[in-house]
Design a protein around this ligand. Structure first.
Ligand SMILES: Nc1ncnc2c1ncn2[C@@H]1O[C@H](COP(=O)(O)OP(=O)(O)OP(=O)(O)O)[C@@H](O)[C@H]1O
Ligand SMILES: [Mg+2]
Length: 343
């Protein structure tokens, strides 16, 4: 089982390159899942498939594929419900699902990232040979790794455990009626957010804590596998003019977190022009050809520069050319697979 995670800044081709890499391994014989944790639906366009939920099998028979390709998109609310159903303590399921705070939880900043790790965990259990993860462009591109790590630590912290465990006892005891004269911790919370809200939050939290702890346990195991270079590798995707800056940023950030960077893809390099402007062509046509040549030469120079810098550090360096059209379905994606082979 292998996990390959594709990261990069906005619009450089992460989804296309991740999907093409999935198609390539499936053609070669793997049972592969491409999982996008980006709420945008670009993966479906790239693969030319519908929008039904759950993992879908991609029809890749026309490419004489030896393996299978599956595609799935993260559905945050559905994953959250699924997790609650699996882990809620006896008798607490309805309380959680119907609690007004639960409705807000699904919309909380950060839940997306927590559920991404949960979904990767499930994909690992589903027995694919390879799981390819397409990530979202975000302000902090590696949030989906940082937030679950932080959450796992938080849930394990003594104060959070104490609040979760003792709330039930506190609520039943006469201390609850004493309000702010009661247990110092709760009265502090009450004075901060008001009695009603404190009750709601604590009631919800005490019911939800079992789920949070189960999440923390499973995510810790998933995060451990993401840190294991025998299982997981990262590929940085970038474009020629962003290559140097992006490679530097992601290399640093991933090193800092002790992840294994295996690949660097510089996508959308304009190929050299095989023809020249015909004799007698208009000045505009000549200018256009000259301009193309300059950009294309600058692209190749940017690639060579970054390749020289990173070849001692990153095993797989891949230049990918600009294709004639958008990657909007399997035939176009297959062209990208072929371009990968030629590089
Ligand atoms: N090599 C290529 N040649 C031509 N078009 C490409 C190539 N790679 C990607 N594209 C096009 O560039 C656009 C962006 O690609 P894609 O959605 O894969 O990028 P992304 O990095 O996943 O974007 P986002 O950051 O929005 O998730 C798409 O329209 C896609 O068809
Ligand atoms: Mg994308």
């Amino acid at each position: 089982m292998k996990i390959r995670i594709f990261v990069g800044t906005g619009g450089v081709g992460k989804t296309s390159v991740a999907a093409a890499s999935g198609l390539k391994t499936a053609i070669e014989g793997s049972r592969c899942l491409v999982l996008t944790i980006d709420p945008a639906t670009r993966l479906k366009t790239a693969l030319g498939i519908g929008t039904a939920g759950g993992a879908q099998k991609v029809p890749i028979e026309p490419f004489a594929a030896k393996g299978e390709l599956w595609a799935a998109q993260l559905d945050v609310k559905q994953r959250l419900d699924h997790m609650v159903r699996r882990h809620a303590r006896a008798g607490k399921l309805q309380l959680i699902l119907e609690h007004p705070i639960y409705q807000a939880v699904a919309r909380l900043v950060g839940i997306q990232e927590l559920m991404a790790i949960e979904r990767i965990g499930e994909a690992l259990a589903e027995g694919y040979d390879e799981v390819i993860v397409d990530t979202a462009p975000s302000r902090h591109a590696l949030e989906f790794l940082d937030k679950p790590e932080y959450f796992v630590q938080l849930v394990g912290s003594p104060i959070v455990r104490l609040v979760g465990r003792t709330y039930h006892w506190w609520e039943k005891s006469s201390l609850a009626r004493l309000g702010r004269f009661g247990f110092e911790l709760y009265s502090q919370i009450e004075s901060l957010v008001g009695v009603k809200l404190a009750r709601d939050v604590l009631e919800f939290f005490s019911a939800f804590q079992g789920v949070a702890e189960a999440y923390a346990r499973e995510s810790a195991a998933t995060l451990k596998r993401l840190h294991d270079s025998r299982t997981t590798s990262f590929t940085i995707v970038t474009s020629p003019f962003k290559a140097s800056r992006d490679a530097g940023f992601f290399w640093e950030e991933l090193q800092k977190r002790k992840f294994f960077v295996e690949g660097l893809v510089v996508n959308r390099i304009w190929p050299e022009l095989a023809v020249s402007a015909r004799p007698g062509a208009t000045r505009e046509a000549e200018a256009l050809v000259t301009w193309y040549r300059h950009v294309s030469a600058a692209h190749r120079q940017a690639w060579e520069h970054v390749a020289a810098e990173y070849s001692p550090k990153i095993r797989r360096l891949l230049p990918l050319r600009e294709l004639p059209a958008d990657i909007d379905g399997l035939p176009a994606l297959h062209q990208m697979v072929q371009a990968m082979g030629q590089a």
